[in-house]
Design a protein around this ligand. Sequence first.
Ligand SMILES: Nc1ncnc2c1ncn2[C@@H]1O[C@H](COP(=O)(O)OP(=O)(O)O)[C@@H](O)[C@H]1O
Ligand SMILES: [Mg+2]
Length: 257
Amino acid sequence: MDANANHDAAIELRKVCYNLQNGHDLLQDLSLTVQRGETVVLLGRSGSGKTTSLKLINRLLDATSGDIFVDGRNIRDWNVIRLRRSIGYVIQEIGLFPHFTVKKNISVIPNVEGWTEERTQQRVQELLELVGLDAAIAKRYPHQLSGGQRQRVGVARALAADPPFLLMDEPFGALDPLTRADLQKEFRKLQQRLQKTVVFVTHDLRESLLLGDRIALLDSGKLVTMLPRSDFETSVHPLVVAYREAFDSGCGTGDRK
Ligand SMILES: Nc1ncnc2c1ncn2[C@@H]1O[C@H](COP(=O)(O)OP(=O)(O)O)[C@@H](O)[C@H]1O
Ligand SMILES: [Mg+2]
């Protein structure tokens, strides 16, 4: 445990900056906390720094300055492998291995952890059921699945070793509106059941109001404000109002009529 950490928070970013070598600031002084079992949505337009923020949390990138705490401990003091295994990561564009079957894709972490075949097999079946897929799908390859099925496999893979933390980067972004709505509803049920600590990235205001306990609005690498979802709908902060208006006029997303 770190003496300066906020022990109530599951994840805490404290004055985090991430600068490119050319001096451009992708993130500036980003501070926010995620409580245990909470889903925090990072909402913002494309290029606002959402993916960069997630990559800093699991150390795919290292912050230029500032501190990040996971489970009360500075991530610089974590063994990076242990840190990543505690954090399920659903990447933008799914990122399934094309030459692996569904079963093998889901078992990547169980395999590195040296689970027995029996335990892995059981877990794969359990996870397929959890994300609403038929067990027979385990033998298929990603190209033999629909977009919605691939997304579900991506979520199952992130949950494989039952990590307490989940980072989800626009996980339903590439889907048609109906499939997307189905997956959003199921994710909400799943989250009520599993109570993971989740950081969920989206540019979709509707999605963030559906799934987030709190919503953090990012703009040009800065945190504009972070509010419980009910307050977000009524906030008079000019940038929140602008985001809501842009979204209502159809600029915020491609699939809202
Ligand atoms: N390594 C990099 N070099 C140059 N530009 C980058 C790099 N990584 C990200 N960017 C740029 O930084 C901005 C923020 O990126 P990102 O975190 O991916 O935003 P978001 O996920 O909100 O769309 C984007 O404009 C992106 O093009
Ligand atoms: Mg992104």
